[in-house]
Design a protein around this ligand. Structure first.
Ligand SMILES: Cc1cc2nc3c(=O)[nH]c(=O)nc-3n(C[C@H](O)[C@H](O)[C@H](O)COP(=O)(O)OP(=O)(O)OC[C@H]3O[C@@H](n4cnc5c(N)ncnc54)[C@H](O)[C@@H]3O)c2cc1C
Length: 396
């Protein structure tokens, strides 16, 4: 519905302005007659109070028609690269994408956006892509969301894939929502599982909802492509098939002059090991009791030969460590060989980010702590006694 204003009838009394709950009505300075802005939800509150019947609700103009789902074929993965290096998530998505594309009986495409990124093509074929769509353009050298979205949307309009997957990284999250809007479809963010129904060709996009208390499976039945993002480490990287090749398509896309220019790139992470991608992680929770005690975990990380230090959200919220270290639903998803949780209770929002670790070791003084349900090795005890003993043993 949309609000219609008959300016011939409007007397400029202002009654409607006073009742609008969204501040969507204003009076023109020239004659006091009323105008509506984009905050209007067509709730109708103003219609009821207008004494002269100048306001009415009418059907809104039809939204652009969704393209027929049947006209779209193929599954695409965004092959995210940074400074010419393909990111792990690109391979992880190719692994899952291959499985889904085979079930649908379609080709698996990888979309490579960047400048001077030709070296990235071969590894994409080796990890399962049948086709690689390359947009090599100076405007795509340093990532900014506008040209990335423009290029991706243009490729989608041109080739009509039925599914598009991207990493839920700062880059993927940064531009893919714009793409969904530009091509008039939906987007499910941060999926933890993906499947397809080969009969309906629908993508079953599963993700935690309501604070992680339920897993919701989301469908996009009427619009194409079906689009989803997946965090790094949710899917396993497939083994490469050396020498496997495919079809490379070099695409030309006209890109507008960028509104945003990157002046300098600064690496904020010079002395820290990133939990995402780390093989060993030592995580501290509220049980650590204070920021200063993260030093003990740093020592344990060092004794392990350079492990990353992770944190629960409780530790981050307490201001003991930066959110960069947070593991879990609103932090990072990790899949290390060894995950040592110290003073972490193991709430579901933490577990969704680390339960795929190869070996989980939990140290907690509460024998009933839920973390023990997912731990391979559980140590019931105070971390200030157990961790120094571990460090001593490792150093020996
Ligand atoms: C929408 C939403 C998103 C969230 N996202 C995340 C997320 O991304 N990551 C995350 O971690 N949480 C997240 N949370 C918060 C989550 O629900 C928990 O509150 C949080 O994980 C608890 O952190 P914790 O285990 O460190 O603290 P607590 O639950 O307070 O547990 C502390 C543990 O330390 C133990 N302990 C205390 N002293 C010692 C000691 N001396 N030695 C050994 N053990 C000791 C205690 O027995 C206890 O089990 C989210 C919550 C919501 C609602």
């Amino acid at each position: 519905m949309a609000l219609n204003i008959d300016l011939d009838l409007c007397t400029g009394c202002g009654a409607c302005v006073a009742v609008c709950p969204f501040c969507a009505l204003t009076q023109r300075a020239s004659d006091g007659k009323v105008e509506v802005n984009e905050a209007c939800t067509a709730c109708g509150a103003c219609v009821e109070v207008c004494p002269v019947g100048a306001l009415s609700l009418a059907a809104a103009p039809a939204a652009p028609a969704a393209a027929a789902p049947g006209a779209f074929r193929g599954l695409w993965v965004v092959a995210e690269q940074r400074r010419g290096r393909l990111q792990e998530v690109a391979f992880e998505l190719l692994g899952k994408g291959r499985e889904l594309a085979d079930q649908l009986g379609v080709r698996l495409g990888a979309v490579l956006l960047g400048y001077g990124v030709g070296d990235c093509v071969a590894p994409l074929f080796e990890h399962g892509a049948d086709r690689v769509y390359v947009v090599d353009h100076p405007a795509l050298e340093a990532y900014t969301s506008e040209p990335y979205a423009e290029a991706m949307s243009e490729l989608i309009r041109r080739h009509k894939p039925e599914i598009v997957l991207a990493g839920a990284t700062s880059i993927g999250r940064g531009f893919i929502a714009r793409v969904a809007i530009q091509v008039n479809t939906g987007l499910t963010a941060d999926c933890t599982e993906l499947a397809v129904d080969p009969e309906t060709r629908q993508l079953l996009q599963t993700r935690p909802a309501f604070g992680g208390n339920i897993l919701a499976t989301i469908l996009c039945p009427n619009h194409r492509p079906q689009m989803a993002t997946v965090r790094p480490k949710v899917f396993a990287r497939p083994a490469p098939e050396a020498g496997r090749t495919g079809e490379r398509l070099d695409e030309t896309v006209e890109l507008k002059a960028p509104v945003v220019r990157v002046l300098e790139t600064v690496n904020a992470m010079q002395n820290e090991v990133n939990v995402a991608g780390a093989e060993f992680i030592v995580t501290g929770g509220r049980g650590l009791g204070g920021a200063e005690n993260f030093k003990l975990l740093a020592e344990l990380a060092d004794a392990l030969g350079g492990a990353a230090v992770g944190a629960s959200r409780a530790a981050v919220d307490a201001g003991w460590i930066s959110s960069f270290h947070q593991v879990g639903q609103t932090g990072k998803t990790v899949r290390p060989k060894i995950y040592i949780a110290c003073g972490v209770s193991g709430q579901i929002q933490h577990l969704v980010g680390m339960s795929s670790s190869d070996t989980i070791i939990a140290i907690n003084k509460d024998p009933e702590a839920p973390i023990f349900a997912v731990a391979d090795i559980g140590i019931v005890g105070g971390l200030f006694e157990v961790v120094p003993e571990l460090i001593k043993a490792l150093r020996q």
